[in-house]
Unconditional design. Structure first.
Length: 276
């Protein structure tokens, strides 16, 4: 049995993982604005609540870059006090089990590769769309992390007057339309034309990001995860319309863009970090 943790700036999720199944899953609001020791204390309490003698290791996904050897996490998104935390050493010293840490988008992608829609693809990209946007990359059936687990930071690529994260995540709804994706999704489902047009606009931006992924990795599949993907039907058409502008039809016509249906992909992926 492993413990898996999805450490986000909004929520911290933890579960016991055995035989590809999540057991005793818990989610709490992260004390993201507190000092570093307070956030660590919250993490300790969560781990202690599900820790037992059967636990063989702890896998953690974090929204940051990571030193793969020392397990240091740097500048964790939305947790302002976590600039440089020796998380692996801290947790191994406290709980006396091995700890593996990786970027949260990599954990999502690994979960999809091993347990979800990515199982049949040798080369794929997983994209997480939520508060921000990130990606994980599978090449020849293996997770490619790059230096400091930093491969796949596609949201930071320049786009229009900012970067892709500000047009392909919840930032788009907040900054461009002063609302949320959830509100616009409800209005769109009621047939409100303005809401439908906003989702069409969002899909076009996301389609431009899909083209960047095709140029960079030329994968067999792109699997989309995160809360916004529940509205996939509202932006799928305009996203694919933008992708049709990709100059190499032999690649764009073959790639599959798939919304994730795997519950807890990030937790499952975190539990598998020891085997990656």
């Amino acid at each position: 049995m492993k413990l898996a943790i999805d450490l986000g700036g909004t929520n911290i999720r933890i579960a016991q993982i055995a035989d590809g199944r999540c057991l005793n899953k818990t989610s709490v609001s992260c004390l993201a604005q507190a000092d570093s020791s307070t956030v660590l204390g919250q993490l300790f309490q969560l781990i202690e609540s599900v820790m037992n003698e059967r636990v063989e290791g702890i896998g953690i996904g974090v929204p940051s870059i990571v030193d793969p050897e020392k397990g240091i996490v740097y500048n964790v998104a939305n947790i302002s006090s976590w600039k440089e935390i020796y998380l692996k050493t801290i947790l191994e010293d406290k709980f006396n089990v091995p700890v593996a840490i990786n970027n949260d988008s990599n954990c999502f992608t690994l979960g999809e590769k091993l347990f979800g829609a990515g199982q049949s693809y040798a080369n794929m990209v997983g994209v997480t769309i939520g508060t921000g946007i990130g990606a994980g990359v599978i090449i020849n059936h293996r997770l490619y992390c790059g230096e400091y687990m930093g491969a796949g930071e596609i949201g930071s690529l320049p786009y229009l007057d900012s970067d892709f994260e500000h047009y392909c995540s919840s930032f788009f709804f907040k900054e461009q339309h002063h609302t949320t994706g959830a509100v616009i999704a409800e209005k769109a489902k009621l047939g409100e034309q303005l809401a439908l047009d906003i989702w069409k606009e969002f899909g076009a931006h996301l389609g431009n990001l899909m083209k960047v992924i095709l140029f960079t990795y030329a994968p067999q599949a792109i699997i989309l995860g995160g809360g916004i993907v529940s509205a996939f039907s509202l932006f799928e058409e305009s996203m694919k319309g933008a992708m049709h502008e990709f100059p190499y039809d032999v690649i764009s016509n073959k790639v599959k863009v798939i919304p994730s249906h795997l519950k807890d992909a990030s937790l499952l992926g975190a539990s598998a970090l020891f085997e990656k």
